[in-house]
Write a new protein. Structure first.
Length: 289
């Protein structure tokens, strides 16, 4: 059994699931998603149930502490499992960089981290594309927008604001892509893609509509209701090209894009105060501005 601890927003949960899915497939074993972190995280909730994933999710799965006062108990549990022939690897992410040793864990493993690199799961890409299909069909205005997306040279632009601008601690850590950066990225696309149309997705619809102008046909997409963010992600993935924010949600919108000649533009600076080397996060075919 592969047990993956989930934490963070939808994009982070997708990274965690993706590695767990790859490991469980390689070992022909089950995947369980441990969701107890959301009991104390008042900003995030479990969201993978909006996708057609293949895993069991529960906040009641056994707890495997690796630090703190319960570590001694954890060592005893490991010893007991070895006695009964069921050892469990406990793997906590050591750095932001890709760690190939994780791919060699045992059939029974508990993983705690963010695992933000396609190198963890590129080998099961098609499986993940299938798993990350929304469980509910698109309706209303977004369904009409998706129809338009499929009939033009659509470029998705994702503008992440939310807590990136409202919470000082988050702002200091992540930073936010500027209006000028989006204009630069849009100009790059206009130089490369003929007769393009921009589709702007944002958690701050009014800000995006009032501040961004690209001198090209542009549709500003109202965000889906809470709990259906997967629909916006799906719509972004259907565009032929993507301009992404420094956001894991953005990242997945571009990674799930199946157009073979897609252009993806990502910020050169992903964090302000976080890890400064993000080469393993951004696929080599993507452009960084």
């Amino acid at each position: 059994m592969i047990v993956m601890r989930l934490k963070g927003g939808l994009g982070n949960q997708m990274f965690q699931y993706a590695l767990g899915r790859r490991l469980s497939m390689d070992r022909n074993t089950g995947l369980a998603l441990e969701t107890s972190s959301f009991k104390t995280d008042h900003l995030r909730v479990y969201r993978l149930d909006t996708f057609q994933i293949s895993a069991t999710a529960s906040d009641q799965l056994p707890f495997f502490p690796t630090t703190g006062p319960k570590r001694r108990i954890n060592a005893f549990l490991q010893f007991f499992r070895k006695l009964i022939g069921q050892p469990f690897d406990i793997l906590k992410e050591r750095s932001f960089d890709f760690d190939p040793s994780v791919l060699h864990c045992s059939t029974n493993a508990f993983l705690d981290g963010f695992w933000q690199s396609e190198q963890y799961f590129l080998s099961v890409r098609q499986t993940l594309i299938n798993d990350f299909q929304p469980t509910q069909p698109l309706t209303g205005e977004l369904a009409h927008i998706v129809n338009a997306i499929t009939q033009c040279n659509a470029v998705a632009i994702h503008v992440r604001r939310g807590d990136y601008v409202s919470d000082p601690t988050t702002t200091a850590y992540h930073g936010v892509c500027s209006k000028q950066w989006y204009e630069q990225a849009a100009q790059y696309m206009k130089d490369k893609v003929p007769e393009l149309q921009f589709f702007v997705f944002s958690d701050d619809f009014e800000w995006a509509k009032n501040n961004l102008s690209f001198d090209a046909p542009t549709t500003f997409v109202k965000p889906s209701p809470d709990g259906l963010e997967c629909h916006d992600l799906y719509a972004m993935s259907l565009c032929k090209h993507n301009i992404i924010a420094n956001s894991s949600f953005s990242w997945w919108g571009a990674w799930l894009n199946q157009h073979p000649n897609k252009i993806v533009i990502a910020p050169k600076q992903w964090f302000i105060a976080g890890p400064q080397t993000t080469d393993d996060l951004i696929p080599k075919s993507w452009i960084r501005l």
